[in-house]
Structure formats: C-alpha cells, structure tokens
Design a protein around this ligand. Structure first.
Ligand code: GCO
Length: 264
C-alpha cells in the first residue's frame, strides 16, 4: 500500500535544531507521517519548550533535549538518554547549522572554524553514536541537510559553502560505509527558503531578494513546508534502496545557468 510505504508510524526521529525554520517544518512533516519527534537545541531551554509545545499542539508526540551537537560528550550522553526515555532512534536528521556572511579575505580563521565545526564536524559528532546503534540494529535512516552551497559558490559564504560541500561528501562516505548494515544516508539540499536564516538577505530592496526570485526557475522563495515530502521519503521504507544521494529541493536552481535580467 502506498500509504504504508511512506508511513513513519512507530518510528522515532531526532531532528537537530528543529526549534524553528526548515528543521521545524521537516519535523512537522515526519510527525504527521506518524513519527515521534525528538528535537534538540543548545542555547535556550525556553525555545526548546516552546517548540515542543508547537508540535504537541499539532497533534504530534514530541520531546526536546538540550545539548550541543559539536560537543561529543554531550551528544553521547543525550543519545543514551533519548534511547532510554523515548526509544531507539530510527531516523536522524542533521539539520542544525549556522552561517556567517563574511568575505574570505576578511574572515578570521576562528570564525571559519566555527562554521565548519557546526555545519560539518558537528554532523560527524552527532551521527557517530547514533549510527553505531543503527548498525548494531541493522536499520536506520540518516538525512544530512546540505545546501545550494554544496554545489555553488557565492560571495561572502565561503566557510558555509566549504562546510556544506564537505557535508555532501561526508554523506556519500557514510552511505558507503553503512549500506550493508541497512542504514541509508542521504542529503536534502534546500534551495532558497524563507526562514530566519535568510531574513537578512530577503528584506525589500536587498539585491539578493530580487536576484533569488529571478535565479529560481519557480520564481519564488521556497516555503519550508515544501521540504516535507523529501524528508518523509528519505525517512521511510519507500527509500530503502536509495543511499548516498542528495535530493535538491530548489525550485530548479541547479537545473539552469539562469537568465539575463529583463528576460521573462
Ligand atoms: C546565502 C544563503 C544560503 C542559504 C542556503 C542556500 O546567504 O546565500 O543564506 O547560504 O541559506 O543554504 O541553499
């Protein structure tokens, strides 16, 4: 049955950084497909509690944990706690990430390292203790949130692009090492979405605002809910022989070189 193929009933999904933005939209999608949602955040307990309440209000079973994905000891302790209190983690979505828009010539090495530490090394740190358990159980789904910047450059986002490009290759290598243990590892590469992360470049009059609408064949910024289908597919048995892929949900950006200004 089609609905069973995509059902996440009885599954537990951990989505990092799902207190807002695309993480929250994807987690809502997984929850509506039947999964119990576990989210994390690291800065504010209040933010986590507010998000958990939003999931519950949507009729989704949800729990929140406070830990930092870049801190190995915290991650290991949290994974043990989640598996004890909620259940085995069937799906891990590595969504937590940061961006700093600073030209490379001006970027202090420490800031570059901070971005890589969260967006690339953080995925390795977060995934390993979960993957060890998945490999032992012989089943699991891991989704790494990549980016347009896994493929393309743009002025001022060099550190982010380096990390997201690396994340694409980390995804393929995780997929390679764990495939025979029935653990599928894929990426989702969102195009340009209307979230708080892109807010500074979406304001009226910002040159990026018109540029993105013009550069995207679909002619608009993405709505975070547009990511739910890909997230459900890659979390469900519908994708059991799909591994090492990056699914770009980008309104067609990567399909085209773009078009001259003024052309319809
Ligand atoms: C930017 C954007 C991007 C995106 C996104 C695109 O400044 O160019 O913020 O980096 O957020 O990841 O896929």
């Amino acid at each position: 049955m089609t609905s069973e193929l995509f059902s996440l009933k009885g599954k537990t999904a951990l989505i990092t950084g799902a207190t807002h933005g695309i993480g929250m939209a994807m987690a809502m999608g997984l929850g509506k497909a039947g999964a119990t949602i576990v989210i994390n955040g690291h800065s504010s307990q209040e933010k986590i509690d507010r998000a958990v309440q939003a999931y519950k209000d949507a009729g989704i079973r949800a729990q929140g944990y406070r830990f930092d994905v870049t801190d190995e000891n915290q991650v290991i302790a949290a994974v043990e706690k989640i598996e004890q209190e909620v259940g085995p983690i069937d799906v891990l979505v590595n969504n937590a990430g940061i961006i700093k828009r600073v030209p490379l010539l001006d970027m202090p090495v420490t800031e570059f390292e901070e971005v890589v530490k969260t967006d690339l090394t953080g995925v390795f740190t977060m995934t390993r203790p979960v993957a060890r358990k998945m490999v032992e159980r012989g089943a699991g789904k891991i989704i790494n949130i990549c980016s347009m910047m896994s493929e393309l450059g743009r002025n001022s986002v060099g550190a982010y692009a380096a990390a997201k490009g690396g994340l694409k290759m980390l995804t393929r290598n995780m997929a390679t090492e764990w495939a025979k243990h029935n653990v599928q590892v894929n990426g989702i590469g969102p195009g340009y979405f209307a979230t708080s992360q892109t807010e500074p470049i979406r304001v009226e009059g910002h040159p990026m605002n018109d540029f993105i609408v013009n550069r995207t064949p679909a002619g608009k910024w993405g709505d975070p809910d547009d990511l739910q289908g890909a997230a459900i597919f890659l979390s469900s048995s519908a994708s059991n022989f799909v591994t090492g892929q990056i699914v770009y949900v980008d309104g067609g950006i990567l399909a085209t070189i773009g078009r001259p200004a003024g052309e319809d």
